[in-house]
Ligand binder design. Structure first.
Ligand code: SF4
Ligand code: SF4
Length: 375
């Protein structure tokens, strides 16, 4: 870890931090000062520990730092140092880790995540580890799609089928380890990563349906080049079909009366520059949409990730509400996004008043392909 950074206290990082914007505290600069104390083995208090964990790891601070300080690496280092010095932050972190170790998912569900997939969609794609591989491309669903967002899971599977993208599903897919990593328990996360790496060995490509898993695989697993996010593939195939005249992009807009706004996922934009692919996809299927203020690489976080839903769910949802207000100001009826964490958090943020719909991009792509893909 490089501690020879030179912070000039310009506070540019705070201007883009959704946590600091919402609370006026827990900003990246405050975190850096605590990290200095941790680095010098000074004792820190509960409130300082809380400050370190109140972070979505959205990378907006790092992206705007003129000194190019690797803030996310430092935040990860601090979480780990806190774990080994003071133990786990709270009970919920402990149960989350236990659930992942015993059930392979943070919710503690004993059901396999493929359960409930409507028949006819994916039975012939499952790797039961008995027969030769069906495809050397693995589609990794992730815990959120596997246990909390089944409609999104089924939309992704149907899109792959409709676009003739060949894939295999693991019968017993495991958590990627990202939830565990964010508690600071890097030792346990590494054990999970090692087991997954073995499972992935026989595949040439791993396509992630979840933005959180994707960024974790890309940044912390070996053989980074074999991990893709599924929007990259969907975009590629749609562009090919468009060139061949197989998509009629006028058709969907003919019937559309709702105003749509697109929210970027921090996990895809800043670290991996996946900014144009979802927009090209929306355009290819003829959807008119607007961007929220502060989008793309400058996008504001929805408030959900980095373990925030465990550590401070009220703040996570309140940040989601602020983003929803921005969408409402633009007179939007639907927020479209493609990250399960954003969808989950926005749905909680609008749950009381139902002020706006929250929908996954895959829902629209599937609808379009089912109705309009020329056979
Ligand atoms: S943007 Fe970078 S240099 Fe400026 S205060 Fe934040 S960490 Fe320090
Ligand atoms: S990663 Fe995001 S939430 Fe965390 S300090 Fe940086 S800007 Fe704030």
């Amino acid at each position: 870890m490089n501690f020879n950074y030179k912070c000039i206290e310009c506070r540019k990082c705070e201007e883009n931090c959704s946590i600091f914007i919402a609370t006026g505290k827990y900003g990246p600069l405050e975190k850096l000062k605590i990290i200095e104390d941790l680095h010098n083995d000074k004792k820190i208090n509960d409130e300082q520990i809380h400050t370190i964990f109140n972070c979505t790891k959205c990378e907006a601070c790092q992206n705007s730092c003129p000194q190019e300080i690797s803030l996310i690496e430092l935040f990860d280092w601090a979480r780990h140092k806190i774990k080994i010095t003071y133990g786990l932050r709270n009970e919920k972190q402990f149960y989350l880790i236990q659930n992942i170790l015993t059930s392979g998912n943070p919710f503690g569900s004993k059901e396999p995540r493929l359960k409930g997939i409507p028949s006819g969609i994916a039975e012939d794609k499952i790797d039961h580890d008995l027969e030769p591989l069906k495809s050397k491309t693995l589609l990794h669903l992730g815990c959120m799609l596997g246990y909390r967002l089944h409609s999104m899971r089924d939309d992704v599977l149907e899109i792959f089928n409709l676009l003739n993208i060949d894939y295999t599903l693991l019968e017993y897919e495991n958590c990627c380890g990202y939830f565990v990593w964010n508690t600071g328990d890097h030792e346990t996360a590494r054990e999970i990563m090692q087991k997954n790496t073995q499972d992935f060995e026989k595949y040439d490509k791993v396509i992630c349906a979840c933005a959180g898993c994707y960024t974790f695989y890309k940044e912390h697993y070996p053989n980074k080049e074999k991990f893709y996010h599924c929007i990259e593939l969907i975009d590629d195939v749609l562009m090919k079909l468009k060139k061949e005249g197989m998509l009629d992009s006028k058709k969907l807009n003919e019937k559309r009366t709702k105003s749509l706004v697109f929210h970027d996922s921090c996990h895809l934009t800043r670290p991996h520059n996946i900014i144009e692919a979802p927009r090209r996809t929306l355009n290819a299927i003829g959807l008119n949409f607007q961007d929220l203020p502060r989008s793309g690489a400058e996008g504001l976080c929805c408030g959900a990730d980095g373990g925030m839903r465990i550590i401070n769910p009220e703040l996570a949802v309140s940040i989601g509400r602020d983003r929803v207000k921005e969408a409402k100001k633009m007179k939007s009826d639907v927020i479209i996004t493609l990250c399960p964490f954003c969808i989950f958090n926005f749905r909680d943020a609008v749950s009381e008043e139902k002020v706006i719909e929250v929908e996954s991009l895959y829902h629209y792509v599937r609808n379009y392909l089912e109705l309009h893909l020329k056979k």
